[in-house]
Design a protein around this ligand. Structure first.
Ligand SMILES: [Zn+2]
Length: 350
């Protein structure tokens, strides 16, 4: 019996040592020392606590302290983090925000439940989980003019696919009414200087508008959580490519590159629709030969659209490569019918 146990522990250590199992399957924390023997994933202590909340789906054990039987070890051998990822994360929308170990428990629990309990990402197409339809709450919203945060009533209606907010707590008519599909919400603790800071970007009259919020206890609807593919400073020049380059804050979401004078501006100074390769869009390293105009940053890149070229410069080579990689991800994705419509809007309004 002891011999069999030894063999079993040896097999467990081997599968645990595999490179694919070196990071927590859910939050990416290095050196996970827990595992789920029903899902076949290696996870950190903190995520194992969340798995305990879904006992009908996941059963966890410590890899160091618990006894593992042969069948459980075999299950881990046949699964592991790579197999689980291929299954449970097969169709994550590229702009979906995946929390890391630095994120709060609430956000990680939403992610883990979406992944294993609701299996939102196992099939193509964004699954819209209909919970109980209506969510209402108070969020602190940053005033556009004075930058002060004030409490506002927010209402999320999944049936109509709308998010509304009211300027006064007893107001009947919403101040804004936004289609959820057009919202890009990102988690922005640093920018907003609050651990539950959130940025919502949405289209209004075909222009992008930002609102900055936080919630006191961090209960953020995971439905809305997405991430920017990339954001940061670049320099840009104007359409004639002769104007001096100006430093701007850029955000890239699924198809839209927006730029701002300041990261906390409510309105974008401009935006560029980024389509797909087969529709005439591409990204190139460097600036076209003969590009003029003063730029202080040396690492250029060019976005080619069917209508014109956009020239940017980055401060570091690393930044340049990251931006090129982010644009490439967008461009390599075929456009959906809805995105063709958005592209047409952009052309009308520019
Ligand atoms: Zn974890």
């Amino acid at each position: 019996m002891a011999e069999k146990d030894d063999k079993n522990m040896k097999a467990l250590k081997e599968v645990w040592r595999r490179a694919e199992n070196a990071l927590c399957a859910d939050c990416g924390k290095p050196d996970p020392d827990w595992a789920s023997h029903t899902l076949g994933v290696f996870i950190c202590l903190s995520c194992s606590g969340i798995h305990r909340n879904i006992p009908n789906i996941s059963k966890v054990k410590s890899l160091r302290m618990d006894h593992w039987d042969e069948a459980q070890v075999q299950f881990l051998e046949q699964h592991g983090n790579a197999v689980a990822k291929a299954m449970y994360e097969a169709h994550i929308p590229i702009y979906y925000y995946q929390p890391t170990h630095a994120d709060c428990q609430v956000l990680r629990e939403q992610w883990i439940r979406a992944k294993y309990e609701r299996k939102e990402f196992t099939k193509p197409g964004r699954q819209l989980p209909y919970s109980n339809g209506l969510k209402e709450g108070i969020l602190w919203k940053r005033g556009r003019d004075n930058g002060q945060f004030l409490p506002r009533k927010f209402l999320l209606s999944e049936q109509d696919g709308c998010l509304k907010y009211f300027a006064k707590l007893d107001a009947k008519e919403p101040k804004i009414n936004i289609k959820i599909d057009t919202i890009n919400a990102t988690f922005q603790p640093v920018k907003i200087k609050n651990p539950n800071g959130l940025q919502l970007s949405y289209l209004k009259d075909n222009k992008t508008r930002n609102i900055f919020l936080y919630h006191e206890d961090g209960k953020i609807k995971s439905r809305l959580m997405q991430k920017f593919l990339k954001e940061g400073y670049m320099e840009k020049t104007g359409p004639r490519q002769r104007e001096a380059f100006k430093k701007r804050w850029f955000t890239l979401d699924h198809r839209r590159l927006m730029y701002f004078k300041d990261p906390l501006d409510a309105f974008a100074k401009g935006e560029v629709f980024v389509g797909s390769r087969e529709h005439g869009y591409s990204v190139k390293q460097g600036l076209p030969a003969g590009a003029q105009g003063g730029f202080s940053w040396q690492y250029g890149l060019t976005i080619v659209t069917p209508d014109r070229e956009y020239l940017f410069t980055c401060e570091t080579a690393r930044d340049q490569q990251d931006w090129i990689a982010a644009f490439s991800r967008v461009i390599e994705q075929p456009m959906t019918p809805q995105e063709y419509a958005i592209e047409a809007y952009f052309k009308l309004s520019s």
